[in-house]
Structures are given as C-alpha cells and as structure tokens.
Design a protein around this ligand. Structure first.
Ligand code: GDP
Ligand code: MG
Length: 325
C-alpha cells in the first residue's frame, strides 16, 4: 500500500516548497510520487518539481473535485499501479475544497491501495489578517480538516500575525498539533502521523467553476508551429491567466522581473527562459522570490492569479513586448 498524505494550504502558503523539502529528505531506498493539482491550466508546479526525483503527475485546470471524474481517477490509478510508490504526496490547489479529495481517497476502490496518513495544512499566519482570505470557505475548511497545522513563513511573522495565530487557535479550542516552519522545513517523520481528524465537512457550496476548454491529465502544451498561447480560468471569486511560450522565446530579464513584481495580482508563478538560462519566479502578495539556473527550460510558462477583475490584455501586451528578437 502507498502511504499517502494530503498537503493542503491556501494560495502561496508554501505547499510546493514543503513538498520539495520533504522529497529532499526521502529515504534513498523508497520511491515517492507527487500528484499536483493546480487552479490554472498552464501548470507551473510540475516544472518546479520536475527535478525532484519523484514520480510526478499534474492535473491542471480547476480543482481536483471538478476533475474528480475519470481523468482524475486514471491519473491516480496510473501513479499507484504502475509506479507502486512507497509514498504519495498530494498537493491540491490552494483554492480547492478538501472534502471531495478526502472522499475520493477514502473511497472503497482505493482501500487496497492507499494508506491515508496525516493531512497537513500549510498556513502563512499573515493570511489570518486578511478578511477576504478568512472568509474563504476553502481556506477555513482546509484548516478544519487538517491533522497537523504547519504555520510556515516564520521569518515573515509579525507581532500582529503571531497574535492572530494565537487568537485563531484559542477560538477553535484547538488541541491539534501545530508546527512552525520556515521554507516548509517540515520533519519528514511527521508524515507517518495518523489521519485522525474526525471533522465532517459539508460539501462546498461556493462551488461553481468555469473552466477553459482543455482539461486533462497533462499540463497544457503548445500546438506545433505556435509560438505562444494563453489560457484563462476562473472560479471561487478568483481568476487565473497563464501563458506558454515555445523553447525559442527568450525574455528580457529585467523587464520580465519588473513585470512580475508589479503586476496587479495576488499570485505569480513562472518558469521562464531568459538570456542567462532559466528563471523561476514566485510571488505571493508582495513577497517576491526568484531563482536562476543556467540550463534553459523546455518552454516558458507563467501564471497570474487574482481575486478580482484584472486587465489580462494589458498585462499580456507588456509581456509580449519583453520577448527578445
Ligand atoms: N519568506 C518566506 N518565503 C517562503 C517560505 N516558504 C515558502 N516561501 C515562498 O512563498 C512562495 C510560495 O510558495 P509555494 O511553495 O509555491 O506555495 P504554494 O502555492 O502553497 O505551493 C514562494 O516564493 C516560496 O519561495 C518561508 O518560510 N518564508
Ligand atoms: Mg504549489
């Protein structure tokens, strides 16, 4: 059986960072798999996790509950049966509702395959200071069903965020385990903790999505002879816009970083080709993080998510002008 953990948490709380850290501490003789589901269709986390040494399956474009039909089950089945991993880490989208995923993982059909262990919820305590996030049903339910709360981004904690965290724990009469981390440095031994949260959630009400045309098991790719394309997705009061560019498209480094830093959106993720090779861009609110690497990526992909109407065309026209040559 595959020991399985759900790693939840709102947009940008540090799920992928945590999974990367856990994979780095994987026992050498074990095979681990990662199933990652993203809100946007372009699929960035797959590119971030690509070199991590795990079997990887991406399900972009919506939340798992919406792709919970055949494609989702085929994805999970393929991972479990062909890969036979010792452990499976599942990263649902930050905007996903955990009930459908937990229902699926505990369905009788998976009983012989999946040994569901502790569910984690990554929390950036500063999110507790944001009324909009606090009122988000998915945010609250992800916290409610977790066995272990991971208060991440300790380095960014403020007296206000620490008070908010203490108040939140008191209000919930919470006796669950909570660990504080920086950069998702979670002790891998915690993965073996049992799943014992008994909270019964109602099915999510705020559950209307509109998805783009393509939905499937693989991240979006470019049709042949097409230099770039974009993809939109919206639901739960959030809107995403992502772009993919072919391998030959190179971006002006400084212009691109300024564009990503200043874009009027709440979340930016990308793996892009620049003259120096590759740049990984990751922004949550005002926190802006970049990493470079000399080997260029197989294509460039970037995605923006926002909780309000956004002028994607204006952002796009600036982005297109940043292409070199
Ligand atoms: N300052 C700080 N940044 C972090 C920490 N953990 C993650 N990040 C950054 O937060 C951003 C979002 O992280 P990511 O793991 O992609 O979040 P996800 O959307 O939940 O998967 C990235 O830029 C990370 O580098 C942390 O402990 N401190
Ligand atoms: Mg992620």
């Amino acid at each position: 059986m595959t020991r399985t953990n759900l790693i939840t948490g709102f947009l940008g709380s540090g799920k992928t960072t945590t999974i990367l850290h856990l994979l780095a501490s994987k026992p050498e003789n074990e095979k681990w798999a990662v199933l990652v589901n993203e809100f946007g269709e372009v699929g960035i986390d797959g590119a971030l996790l690509a070199d991590s040494g795990a079997l990887l399956k991406e399900i972009p474009g919506g939340c798992m509950c919406c792709v919970n039909g055949l494609p989702m089950q085929i994805g999970l089945n393929t991972l479990l049966r062909q890969g036979k991993p010792d452990r499976l880490l599942i990263e649902p989208t930050g905007l996903g509702h955990p009930k459908q995923i937990l229902d699926m993982l505990t369905a009788p059909v998976y009983e012989p395959w999946i040994d569901l262990q502790a569910t984690f919820c990554l929390l950036d305590p500063r999110q507790l200071l944001d009324e909009k996030i606090l009122n988000n049903e998915n945010f609250r339910d992800q916290l409610a069903v977790a066995d272990i709360i991971v208060a991440n981004k300790s380095d960014r904690a403020t007296p206000e965020s620490q008070q908010a965290l203490a108040r939140w724990r008191e209000a919930g009469g919470d006796e669950r385990d909570m660990v504080e981390t920086t950069q998702g440095q979670l002790d891998a031994a915690l993965l073996d903790a049992p799943r014992n949260n008994q909270v019964q959630l109602a099915a999510s009400e705020a559950h209307s999505h509109s998805h783009g045309a393509s939905r499937g098991l693989a991240a979006l790719n470019l049709p042949e002879n097409q230099r770039w394309r974009r993809s939109l997705n919206s639901g739960q009061g959030h809107h995403a816009c992502g772009w993919i560019f072919d391998a030959d498209t190179v971006f002006d480094t400084i212009g691109l970083l300024e564009w990503a830093r200043l874009a009027p959106v709440s979340r930016v993720k990308g793996v892009m080709r620049i003259a120096e090779g590759l740049v990984r861009i990751n922004r949550q609110g005002l926190d802006f993080h970049i990493e470079t690497q000399s080997a260029p990526p197989p294509d460039s992909r970037i995605e923006l998510i926002n909780d309000g109407e956004t002028d994607w065309n204006a952002l796009q026209s600036t982005l297109l002008k940043l292409r070199l040559g």
